[in-house]
Design a binder for this molecule. Structure first.
Ligand SMILES: Nc1ncnc2c1ncn2[C@@H]1O[C@H](COP(=O)(O)OP(=O)(O)OP(=O)(O)O)[C@@H](O)[C@H]1O
Length: 679
């Protein structure tokens, strides 16, 4: 009955969409210069894009809501893109980001009045129906009622989510508009211009939520925000590739997606400086004896020292002499120039101060030269004055961030931590950028409207502080998981480090404890690994999606290759799309790769330096797996040597195991790691 009813609605809606699309497609694209025509073309382009998306996937939900001030129940269909019926001006499909759609996500099913915030104020009323609708290639596939007024026993919500979570994955993270959960909805729609900080367990949807939040902010604050002034920082290029589909799926383009090192190096723009090899750094950190570092260069105390030295350098930069334009002339005193710098030009960055002193002295020469009566004398004075000014300004040597950094560290007695120019380390990037910005300033158009930092537990306070200086109104979405903080030489161990930086009134902290990625069994198993941490964080709560038990098997060392091959074949046989074999280190991946490749031709090895993730069958070191996910995961060598019981290794093993959606197997030879309990 409902199915047939929805089928009719769908066909009718699609007919209107198709008709509108055909009409728009028949209008030739305007390529001229007329401003009004260009605006119209831009609006047609956006409508074409919305209709194109709606043709493919018109909507995923229906909400029947009665506004307490209205006489009738209003039926709203919710889709990825809003569509109007051009003939009568009615809303045909409501955008998922519109205020009323919030009711769909936030309503958990209890009877009684609900409300949402519309641009005209609070709208109160009652929900009559909450329904999920699945369409595929313009055909209706499923209708799942999650709430019908008066029938409280419905639990279609969970059923629908589980049906979605049970899907197999390809090589890209996807949008979740049809199944956004209440807690996620709250974060997505949290107002702009605050530092939203999210601690979320593995698989809680942090990355997904942050991307949906960007799409939401661009919709809700379209007057204030521009996509190209929003930026996402992700841990590496492979991860950027993995998440690259979500924003286009949500109809959002132009947001810069980058890594912090790549971005900073482009700003510093010094051809003589080169970043260290990330792959080498990771290898050194994860594969050799780990030397604990104090992450001195990541602290705000270090930033303060750098700033103090910068301020001194700035003062000393000024030549300690008066400016004399020509002989026998009283020049501009050093005191005078200092006073300009300290008052008139106080808020300018160093290089701008220099430009302004130059301009002011040029003007002064001009005025003084005019004091001479004879034109010839005036010309002579002007010429000489400019020559002396050039000489004077040459004493203000141009400096690059690296040179200033070297000078500062020397003054701090820390020359030993200056990296070679050709090997700039990750933790030098924040100081270098800070020095750059202090000296050269930040142009207005360079400031961000909003910044997203993913895997933020690996960011230092200094990094966040320099980003904050480049962001309007501290508008951030910062997400991560302390239990996955495997780069302890780089990041933080408490979110308070960032909260303090913004101030409690400007920071909003959220915690996400539900995990959507993995089955109940995989989550329960991964939680036992976490229990080995000295102070375990909040454990992940599974959404009740049950699967197979985690398989743990002892093998003979010499059978390793054979075991891996047979496991992979079994997973392929079970129809798994993305399969990962995860080893402890990159060198061990290197060693086994050719043996496996001869049996498994489609095998791809993933390393820190890779730029793309193609899905299928992958071989990778555990630390590279962070952020990614696979239908099936095989953790290899989970023995006491490869995975000893310490904080760092516990987190590494947790990261590896929580990559699995449906199936997790573990093999080891010799003694098992203490981190896996064997019943
Ligand atoms: N509401 C939801 N509906 C459907 N799928 C969801 C939902 N929330 C999250 N997921 C899925 O859960 C998986 C994990 O999401 P995501 O990678 O964003 O989590 P994360 O917290 O960033 O993970 P991690 O920290 O472990 O890398 C993805 O497959 C995502 O599509």
């Amino acid at each position: 009955m409902q199915f047939e009813e929805e089928k009719k609605v769908l066909n009718k809606t699609l007919a209107i969409i198709n008709q509108q699309y055909e009409y728009l497609a028949s209008i030739p694209e305007y390529r001229g210069d007329d401003f009004n025509e260009k605006v119209l073309e831009d609006s047609r382009r956006r409508m074409r894009a919305s209709l194109m998306s709606a043709k493919k996937d018109p909507y995923f939900a229906r909400l029947d809501f009665k506004d307490e001030e209205a006489d009738e129940v209003k039926v709203t269909y919710i889709g990825k893109a809003g569509v109007f019926d051009e003939e009568n001006g009615n809303v045909l499909i409501t955008d998922w980001r519109a205020p009323i759609a919030s009711l769909f996500y936030g309503f958990s099913g209890s009877e009684g009045d609900v409300y949402y915030q519309s641009p005209d104020g609070v709208v109160e009323g009652e929900i009559y129906l909450k329904r999920n609708i699945v369409t595929y290639e313009q055909e209706l596939e499923r209708v799942v009622d999650r709430y019908i007024r008066g029938k409280q026993e419905l639990s279609g919500g969970d059923e629908f989510l589980l049906y979605k979570l049970g899907d197999q994955k390809d090589n890209r993270l996807r949008d979740i508009v049809a199944t956004i959960q209440g807690e996620q909805n709250e974060i997505i729609r949290y107002p702009l211009n605050q530092a939203v900080i999210i601690q979320g367990v593995a698989g809680s949807g942090k990355t997904t939520v942050a991307l949906h939040r960007l799409a939401y902010l661009l919709y809700e604050y379209r007057e204030q925000l521009t996509a190209h002034r929003m930026i996402i920082f992700a841990p590496n290029t492979i991860f950027l590739d993995y998440i690259s589909q979500v924003l286009p799926e949500l109809g959002v383009g132009d947001i810069v997606q980058t890594t912090f090192p790549e971005w900073v190096m482009a700003i510093i723009d010094d051809p003589n400086c080169q970043l260290e090899s990330l792959s080498k750094r990771r290898k050194a950190f994860f594969e050799s004896e780990i030397v604990d570092q104090d992450n001195l260069k990541g602290t705000l105390a270090f930033q303060q020292k750098i700033r103090e030295q910068l301020s001194k350098l700035e003062k000393e930069w000024l030549p300690a002499e008066d400016f004399i334009p020509w002989e026998n002339k009283q020049g501009v005193s050093l005191e005078k120039i200092k006073s300009w710098l300290e008052t008139d030009f106080k808020d300018n960055p160093v290089v701008k101060k220099y430009e302004r002193v130059k301009a002011k002295l040029t003007r002064w020469i001009e005025i003084e030269a005019k004091m001479y009566e004879e034109k010839k004398e005036q010309e002579q004075a002007r010429k000489e004055g400019k020559k002396q000014l050039r000489k004077y300004l040459r004493k203000w040597k141009k400096r690059k961030p690296y040179e200033l950094y070297a000078q500062i560290l020397k003054r701090m007695g820390k020359e030993d931590v200056l990296p070679p120019k050709k090997n700039i380390a990750l933790d030098d990037l924040a100081p270098l950028l800070d020095i750059h910005d202090y000296w050269f300033g930040i142009e207005k158009e360079e400031r961000f409207d909003h910044v997203v930092i993913d895997e933020a537990q690996d960011f230092s306070p200094y990094q966040v502080s320099v980003l904050n200086a480049r962001t309007k109104k501290a508008s951030f979405t910062i997400l991560g998981d302390l239990a996955q903080g495997i780069h302890r030489d780089e990041g933080i161990d408490q979110w308070e480090r960032f909260i303090e930086l913004f101030g409690t009134s400007r920071a909003k902290f959220f915690q996400m404890t539900k995990s959507y990625r993995s089955t109940y069994e995989i989550i329960a198993f991964s939680n036992t690994i976490l229990s080995h941490l000295a102070s375990p964080p909040a454990y992940a709560e599974p959404v009740f999606r049950s699967g197979e038990d985690v398989q743990i098997q002892q093998i003979q060392a010499e059978d390793k290759t054979e075991k891996i091959v047979s496991w992979v074949n079994e997973m392929k046989h079970q129809g798994m799309n993305t399969i990962a074999v995860i080893l402890r280190s990159e060198s061990e991946c290197d060693q086994i790769y050719s043996k496996l490749k001869s049996e498994l031709a489609e095998l791809k090895m993933i390393t820190t330096e890779d730029k793309t993730y193609e899905g299928g069958l992958s071989l990778l070191p555990v630390y590279v797996s962070k952020g990614l996910e696979f239908d099936s995961v095989l953790m290899v060598d989970v023995d006491e040597v490869h995975y000893p019981k310490d904080e760092q290794t516990t987190k590494l093993l947790y990261v590896g195991c929580t990559r699995a959606l449906h199936h997790l197997s573990i093999i080891y030879s010799g003694k098992p790691s203490e981190l896996i309990s064997i019943g």
